[in-house]
Design a protein around this ligand. Sequence first.
Ligand code: NAD
Length: 470
Amino acid sequence: MSSVITTVEGLAALLAAQKSAFTAEGAVDAAERRRRIQQVIDLLVAWHKPLAAAMDEDFGHRPQGFSLMNDVLGSLASLKHARDHLEDWMQPQERQPFAPYDQLGAKARVLYQPKGSVGIIGTWNAPLFTLLSPLAYVLAAGNRAILKPSEIAPRTAEVLAAACAEHLDPLLVGVAVGGVEMAEGMTRQPFDHLVFTGSTAVGKAVMRNAADNLVPVTLELGGKSPTIVSRSADLATAAFRIAAAKAANGGQLCVNPDLIYVPREQLEAFLAELKGAYASLFPQVQGNPDVVAVVNARHLARVEGLVEDAIAAGVRVESLPEASAADPQDRRRPLRVVVDPPADRRIQQEEIFGPAMVLLPYDAIDAVLADINARPRPLALYWFGTDEAEQQRVLEHTLSGGVTINDAMMHAAMQDAPFGGIGASGMGHYHGREGFLEFSHARTVFEAGSYDPRREWGLLPPYGEHFLAA
Ligand code: NAD
């Protein structure tokens, strides 16, 4: 059987074959799980250069050093963490049987068993990471998988499929290559679990389709990652770290800062620091080998459309660095900073996911919290400052998938802690023990003792009157 699938019928056949192999084999031990994860690590080590070159090609320009750091080392971090901890995570847990059986020789335990075959649908923006990081935890839990790379990064999909064909048994990990039809077809299959990374709108469609087969879903979606610069923050540090985080992947990460709340009286000083910070990273953007391009003309037009919609309302927009005549063929673009747009502008409502951000001046921190809480729950929230009471207030009065304090995005890079969204930014987790649990079935096993007290204690028919007297 080929590990590269190009039709929905082929996908259904591979899934059926994986399920049969899973049932025949039973739950595999820790050593076998480690061996399987190691095969994926070996694949990445052998193929990292062609994969980085493919990502460069797909984006029009993506520094290979960035791809190695973000997608290859990011995935390796997940694979190694899962490999090194899975034996601990998979240990059965002893539990207390209920009375009186606990006194009568009964025992109970919870087994963390694999679910079977997991479908993993990835995005173009981190085309390896969104497939291989969840795969680490899927394999740690003893499952099999079929990966569906994004059609917007077709060269990466092709190279990954070739790498998987060389290193992995399709009955363990297969790759389904194709567009929306394949992705949609995947959500209609009776997988034992689906992991979807992508937009909130498509996430809803995925969940609707999965419901027909009662397939549990992990949804890793997007959002507007609000970023609060407290009055207690060091402005230069906050500006530099926000600039560096926004620059990552050309602003095309699900956890890039998007809405930045700045004390009103510090707005100009913050903007000046941001300009200096951005210039220190990128003196110019077009032709700069360190800048990640916007992935395609459609996404560039979408991001420019958000900025133009604000400009049409007379909103101030700064360009970092200053815009020069743009070469339309080069999609490396300056960061557009949109200052205080009205709430009804599209850039206030839609995830930007590109080289633009919004600065929102504020007077009172409670108004910031009210604004955040009036919006869909975000994937990430950032707070910069030293005022611990304010930090506590922000943590207690908001919700988000995760939080980084005095920086941005760092929590998402952790392996020893869950990563996931809440509300419109998703559900479920991968990374850490929680990632292992997400792809395991917690199965309770009650083992009866030899002495059965039920007849003697009146717990079997005829029940008589004694419960009425109790
Ligand atoms: P997208 O939703 O357009 O596509 C994602 C995947 O869904 C692709 O593989 C695509 O083929 C597939 N797809 C498209 N239509 C489908 C359908 N009807 N049914 C099933 N699958 C379908 O997202 P994108 O543009 O690739 O990625 C950008 C979005 O992903 C942003 O919102 C970003 O925030 C989010 N994202 C989230 C995370 C996270 O970990 N939470 C990580 C990266 C990106």
